[in-house]
Design a protein around this ligand. Structure first.
Ligand code: COA
Length: 262
């Protein structure tokens, strides 16, 4: 008998890692196995200096339909719920804190934890088939791993409250209009566009990208003076990198830079 397909497919192509959630029969619901796979992939990615970009994606019909509601029913109670939401939050944090830029490539449903997972990535590319939502209220719940926090930081308090209170989904164009996604592309171009972005990012200086990411993310939850200090220190630290010397030299010599990651 053949082995069942893994629920998280991990594909490496040059400097780009693609993590593909693969539970179509359960609409890519984020069970403990998928979460563990995402964390393990992030742990390996963090240590891999040759890896420059991570893409997180799902299937053509579903990115991820949220937390595995079956697991809620199988392990009821406050303590289990706390453990499972903590596990999802820890997984999204593992992605959010990667030094490499991350891209969510979303086709079809990104609901509940699926929307939270996409929001834990740095950039979101949506297929024109994408549908986003935080429907937890309809289960008598609220988002439990970032939906009440990352969503308002992306789209503002009023729109976040509308999405969380009513629990109604929005389509890709509306997600673009409110700033939840960076771009909307035809569904049949989604992965090609994600790879094109990944390749552009892979050619840029990785330490500068990592520090830009940290300055933006850590600065967003710090008071402005501390955030500006962080930015200045990160800016100054980059003068110790070979890529800064190459970037400046290439500009002065009127040639394209060749960044090496040093
Ligand atoms: N957790 C566990 N299983 C899920 C799931 C979830 N979040 N979402 C879908 N599934 C399962 C269904 O139970 C069903 O399993 P079964 O075939 O063994 O009965 C299977 O996936 C197909 O689901 P179905 O609802 O029939 O698919 P659909 O294509 O008609 O609808 C969705 C797709 C995503 C709109 C719908 O499944 C849905 O609303 N899911 C829940 C979304 C949600 O509330 N997420 C927040 C969780 S906190």
């Amino acid at each position: 008998m053949s082995e069942p397909a893994p629920e998280l497919l991990v594909e490496r192509e040059g400097p780009v890692l693609t993590l593909r959630i693969n539970r179509p029969a359960k609409r890519n619901a984020l069970n403990a196995n998928v979460l563990r796979g995402l964390r393990e992939a992030c742990d390996a990615a963090r240590r891999d200096a040759s890896l420059r970009v991570v893409i997180v994606t799902g299937g053509e019909q579903v990115f991820a339909a949220g937390a595995d509601i079956g697991e809620f029913a199988a392990a009821p109670g406050v303590a289990n719920a706390y453990r499972s939401s903590e596990e999802r939050a820890r997984t999204w944090d593992a992605l959010a804190l990667l030094p490499q830029p991350t891209i969510a490539a979303v086709a079809g449903y990104a609901l509940g934890g699926g929307c939270e997972l996409a929001m834990a990535c740095d950039l979101r590319l949506a297929a024109d088939t994408a549908i986003f939502g935080q429907p937890e209220i309809k289960l008598g719940l609220i988002p439990g791993a970032g939906g009440t926090q990352r969503l308002p930081r992306l789209v503002g308090l009023a729109r976040a409250k509308e999405l969380v209170f009513f629990g109604e989904p929005i389509d890709a164009q509306e997600a673009y209009r409110i700033g939840l996604v960076n771009r909307v592309v035809p569904a049949d171009r989604l992965l090609a566009e994600a790879r094109a972005w990944a390749e552009r990012l892979a050619a840029l200086p990785p330490v500068a990208l990592a520090l830009a990411k940290r300055a933006i993310d850590a600065g967003a939850s710090a008071p402005l003076p501390a955030a500006l200090d962080l930015e200045q220190m990160a800016f100054a630290a980059l003068f110790g990198t070979a890529d800064e010397q190459e970037g400046v030299a290439a500009f002065l010599e009127r040639r394209p830079p060749r960044f090496t990651g040093g």
